[in-house]
Design a protein around this ligand. Sequence first.
Ligand SMILES: Nc1ncnc2c1ncn2[C@@H]1O[C@H](COP(=O)(O)OP(=O)(O)OP(=O)(O)O)[C@@H](O)[C@H]1O
Ligand SMILES: [Mg+2]
Length: 466
Amino acid sequence: MNDKPQPASEQRARELTPREIVRELDKYIIGQQNAKKSVAIALRNRWRRLQVRSGLREEIMPNNIILIGPTGVGKTEIARRLAKLSDAPFIKVEASKFTEVGYVGRDVESIIRDLTEYAVNMVKAEKRAEVNDKAKEMSEERILDILIPPSRKRHAVPAEAPLVNADEQEDNKATREKFRQKLRDGKLEDKIIELDVSASNDAPLMQVIGPMNLEEMGVNLQEMFGGLMPKKMKKRKVSVAEARVILANEEAKKLIDQDAAIKQALLRVENSGIVFLDEIDKIAGSKSTSGPDVSREGVQRDLLPVVEGSNVMTKYGMVRTDHILFIASGAFHMSKPSDLIPELQGRFPIRVELSSLTEDDFVKILTIPQNALIKQYAALIETEGVEVEFSDDGIREIARIASEVNENVENIGARRLHTIMTSLLDDILFDAPDDLREKKILINRELVQSKLMSIAKNRDLSRYIL
Ligand SMILES: Nc1ncnc2c1ncn2[C@@H]1O[C@H](COP(=O)(O)OP(=O)(O)OP(=O)(O)O)[C@@H](O)[C@H]1O
Ligand SMILES: [Mg+2]
């Protein structure tokens, strides 16, 4: 969009090298090295592209990727983590949703509008964090102004009693500091004060009856005309605690350059946005399904310009989609990537297959990731003052049962671990803290077996429970 170098804040995490990216992903996702490698390259290529001289830069296209693999093996998780570690605006959409009756006519450009909305919120939140301390400080001053109004009347007649006035000013200052201390100590939180708030905040929404598309186009009449109408102020009684929030928000708004934030957000969407197109396999195959669904090929054709690069109008301005990274994903059981229309295939040159997860993978998934399920549950139960520990053979048994049920009932990948863990721990989760005597619980093989074996062995039962 422009040739100026990216502002520093637009550079930061994107400087991770492919190896570093994979190392970061390794913290959360077990195995799937090929997929991690591909997304790492795609991400790094985007940063590389930004370093290339303008002129050639515009010619370099992103490496859109199709992740192929059964359910629950980490496709979405990889994309999500990738977005997180690169601070990229990220959106996940089900491609199949555009074929559904309820969405007829819902244009795929809404993906880009939603992504932009996300980026704007993201940048605003960052800016907000930057001015947060200052805004809090200013809200404190404003609350003090309300608690101890500066004595205006006397100020107006200084000539009559200048000395007294100075004293009173001193008094006023002392009182103010006293109140400031009380305020900081949290002693005034429940006190009710009266605030001037702009009335537009809670005015009923202006109803616009017209083509739905206005909203879709991102034209927000409220915003367009809101600025034209005089701001009405309204008095509201709120507690000091509430006032802190309201006033800090107001002050932060004044401190943030909204236009600059939006500009930065648009840049970020264009240069580092990631769209995750889930269930792309459901729109592969040219034959439209019977019934009123929008044809799959139709959806592919709709997607094409967005993926190829086009201008999308959003309520914040025009967004070019040329360098947005698209990561598609699907199981491709019933169809193949070659069933997509050729143009779309061409825009997704990289195909990676993810493998099914084994019992060994499950052991690692349960224990290694920073957000591993075992750590999550241990932390939950610890809040009740109970320590649970999982022995190695206990963990191995959970993994074994998970892969057994996956094999016998339905392979839902690592999602199986969630259902197994909840069944395994439901007694503890229910009994704590009322009926739980032990303060330390060891979950070993015997315990896992006694809790789960009877269910796991019974196909019908495990279909419902595990
Ligand atoms: N390889 C893995 N390593 C660690 N956790 C995993 C792995 N695969 C899946 N999980 C966990 O399993 C859950 C489901 O994974 P995910 O959402 O990535 O599935 P998916 O491959 O996108 O499946 P679907 O095709 O159904 O969308 C997530 O909670 C994720 O953390
Ligand atoms: Mg998924």
